[in-house]
Each structure stands twice: as structure tokens, then as C-alpha cells.
Design a protein. Structure first.
Length: 228
């Protein structure tokens, strides 16, 4: 096969705020002349991936570098309903400014893009390869507790990290010959932390940690490594 004609895929994994590291990885790849033809993202990876596919990565980086404790806390609100703790209006405004316009379809993006989400009822992964770009991103990043589930074609969808935290499989399915996978849960081969009793006021802090453990187990399973 002619190396010059091989399609390069970039699989950007889930990982909460660590996901902003994807921006630096994309920039470093560009410095070496590597520009992906296909970008697939999961959770935070879908935000960075869609932004890059739309040509707005610089705007996203500028926004991330401007973050402070004050700007971050403005995204959250006390909400005892099932709508999550993130202010939806502010989050949607962020996506519109740093990813792409609300009306942009996935097929209209300059690069091939896809995102993965999880069907809350069946537990199966749902691939977004068409439709509105920001709908795909919102479904992929709907981490239970922070965001409400997203209604799509009769199903309720949540964060894709529950089923496919590093979406290499989607890159392959879309025609990638080579896939660069970015796994943000890189400590999966390290020692387990000693488990401590969880107090009631710590549950909100601990929830993302359990989600991370689920993602790590899935990465191990997909890579063929035994869990330790």
C-alpha cells in the first residue's frame, strides 16, 4: 500500500478535564506533518475533535487558556433535579463559540468526524456519523450527574466513555488505515489506590473516579490486557 495514500485516524479518548491535553497533542502532530483525515471523539474528546474538524481549534485553545476558578464555577449550578449540575445555556454558548455553529451538520465539516455515546437502556454504543455536530457532542459528553441524558431517535443517551472510551473502532470503520489513539486514562497499569470508606459529602467527588475505573476496565478489555 502506498504510504502517502493511507488515511490517518485520530481517536480522542474520554478523561474529563484532562481532555484539554488533546489540543496539545493535535498541535504537536501538526508540527511533525501529521494531519488526521478522520477524527473520532468520546466525551471531552468529542469536543476537541469536533472543534478541530470544524477548524476552530485555536478558538478552543484560547478559551481553555483563559479558564480560571471563577469562570469554571459559573458553569455549575445547584440543581436537585435530573438535569445535571452544568448550566445548559452557558454550555451551549461555549459549544457554539468554540466548536461550531449550532446548525452545522457532521457531513459539512472539513474533516471526517464521528462521536460515540451510550444508550442508557441497552448499554450499547451509539455512533454519530451524521446529523447535527453539536447534538453528537452533547450526547457523547453527557456524563451522568453533570449533564442530563440526551434524547435521540427514541433513546436516552449518556457519555460514550461507558462503552468506548477510546474510539479506535469507529476510526477503523470510517476507513482509517492508521489510527493514533489518545488514552487519557494512562495510569491503568499502575497500583490501585487503597480504598477508603466513602462519606456522604464525598460522593460527588468520588463519582467521577468510579466512572474513570469503568473506562479503564473497558480500555483493558479492548486492548486485550487482563485487568489487575
Amino acid at each position: 500500500m502506498d504510504k502517502a495514500k493511507e488515511n490517518i485516524g485520530l481517536a480522542l479518548g474520554s478523561g474529563s478535564s484532562r481532555g484539554w491535553a488533546h489540543i496539545g497533542i493535535i498541535k504537536e502532530l501538526a508540527k511533525t506533518g501529521i494531519e488526521p483525515d478522520i477524527i473520532c471523539g468520546c466525551s471531552i474528546g468529542s469536543i476537541v475533535g469536533a472543534s478541530h474538524a470544524a477548524g476552530n481549534l485555536e478558538a478552543l485553545e484560547t478559551w481553555v487558556r483563559s479558564l480560571s476558578k471563577r469562570t469554571v464555577t459559573r458553569f455549575f449550578e445547584l440543581n436537585l433535579s435530573l438535569n445535571g449540575f452544568v448550566n445548559a445555556e452557558r454550555f451551549h454558548a461555549f459549544l457554539d463559540a468554540c466548536v461550531c455553529d449550532e446548525a452545522i451538520q457532521i457531513g459539512q465539516l472539513p474533516k471526517t468526524f464521528a462521536a460515540v455515546s451510550t444508550d442508557l437502556k441497552t448499554g450499547r454504543e451509539v455512533w454519530f456519523t451524521e446529523g447535527l455536530t453539536l447534538d453528537a457532542v452533547r450526547a457523547s459528553i453527557s456524563l451522568p450527574g453533570l449533564f442530563p441524558p440526551v434524547r435521540h431517535q427514541g433513546s436516552w443517551l449518556v457519555d460514550g466513555g461507558l462503552v468506548n472510551p477510546v474510539p479506535v473502532s469507529i476510526c477503523r470503520a470510517l476507513g482509517a488505515d492508521i489510527v493514533i489513539a489518545v488514552n487519557l486514562n494512562g495510569d491503568i497499569l499502575g497500583k490501585h489506590q487503597r480504598k477508603k470508606p466513602v462519606r456522604s459529602h464525598q460522593r460527588i467527588k468520588v463519582a467521577p473516579r468510579y466512572f474513570k475505573w469503568v473506562a479503564q476496565s473497558l480500555v483493558l478489555h479492548q486492548s486485550g490486557r487482563p485487568s489487575q
